[in-house]
Write a protein that binds this ligand. Structure first.
Ligand code: SF4
Length: 345
């Protein structure tokens, strides 16, 4: 098989990892990201994963992968690289290949976006080296807790191989690491995912948690299990935004979960807003404006700025602040003079 054909197979195999799809690279905005595995075979037993079912060990040497990527980069076909790998034999050996690829790229003068995956059980020195080379590093949790992971991946020790490594990652690259949870593979509730989410953002400083709806794959032990719905994945992203970007307390957002700890197919921000009194757009502090569906951090800042000059009266005033019209039904437009609003927040 040619280098190009091997690269195509390993690029397709890397599709199970959600993380870089919507990632905003730290040093540079990255348009087209080449997402690829160094090796497409794995000796681990994660029951949801397609890589473990592969019989043929497609793999690239670090020098070949670096050369292929640099060619694509020069030709404008790839702006950044996300590199992960199956673990054919030994974690240290595979990490060495990932690091060698990064080292070759940096030595060749490549200064663009590089995301390196840290494998479960990686050595601390390798994590430090990955942090030195890459713009972003990540280790996948895959499940929200040790007991849930043990149901779908018996080889991995959640506390030792993942949580301990993630704490090292957080030390080596504070605020610039990500992770992924597979939703629905292990029978976990959204309440469990919310607890995990809170820990990631508040205690570990994780930049982003990505959620990947479980899809049963032929040839895996979970092939007969129902797929997780895409709406569940999308509602988890909305819940995540409330915790991560808006700083809402998990006990508050947990009010949108049903009695069994699951989300319904409705926007959690709208569900919460319906339970609260209307917000006075001319007096509410920033945090209260954020409660309103249709008002995000940027819209809230624009409202604060606009009402310093004059009170807002209508949906047209909101539109001028870049706020969606649907926000109007959750707001009241109390009259205040400018002097009052100057000291209202
Ligand atoms: S360690 Fe990664 S590549 Fe290997 S089976 Fe598990 S999820 Fe798949």
């Amino acid at each position: 098989m040619s280098l190009g054909e091997t690269l195509a197979v390993l690029t397709e195999a890397a599709g199970f990892d959600m993380s870089p799809r919507s990632e905003r690279p730290v040093r540079a905005r990255c348009g087209r990201l080449l997402k690829v595995l160094l090796c497409g075979k794995c000796s681990f037993d994660c029951a949801y994963c397609a890589v473990r079912t592969k019989r043929e060990a497609y793999a690239l040497a670090p020098a070949d992968l670096a050369r292929a990527f640099l060619t694509m980069h020069r030709e404008g076909r790839a702006d950044g690289l996300f590199l992960s790998s199956g673990i054919p034999r030994d974690v240290d050996e595979t990490m060495a290949g990932i690091l060698e690829t990064g080292e070759i790229l940096r030595r060749s003068g490549y200064t663009g976006y590089l995301h390196l995956k840290v494998l479960p059980g990686a050595a601390r020195a390798d994590i430090a080296e990955a942090a030195r080379l890459a713009d972003r590093i990540s280790i996948n949790l895959e499940a929200p807790s040790a007991s849930r992971l043990s149901e779908v991946a018996g080889v991995k020790d959640y506390r030792q191989d993942i949580e301990k490594r993630q704490a090292w990652i957080a030390d080596a690259m504070p605020g610039r690491h990500t992770t992924q949870v597979v939703v629905g593979a292990a029978g976990e509730s959204d309440a469990e995912i919310l607890t995990c989410m809170e820990r990631q953002y508040r205690r570990l400083g994780t930049a982003r948690v990505y959620y990947s709806a479980f899809t049963p794959l032929a040839g895996t032990p979970l092939q007969g299990r129902p797929a997780a719905t895409l709406w569940r994945q999308n509602r988890l992203y909305q819940l995540d935004a409330l915790v991560r970007a808006y700083g809402w307390r998990p006990d508050r957002v947990a009010e949108v979960l049903d009695g069994d700890g699951f989300l319904t197919d409705a926007d959690p921000k709208i569900l919460l807003a319906r339970e609260m009194p209307p917000v006075d757009v001319n007096a509410a502090p920033y945090a209260d404006l954020l409660r309103v569906p249709g008002i995000g951090p940027e819209g809230a800042r624009r409202i604060l700025d606009a009402r310093r000059r004059r009170p807002l009266h209508s949906g047209a005033d909101l539109r001028r602040c870049g706020v969606a019209h649907r926000a109007v039904e959750y707001l009241v437009f109390e009259e205040r003079d400018v002097q009052t609003t100057l000291f209202a927040f």
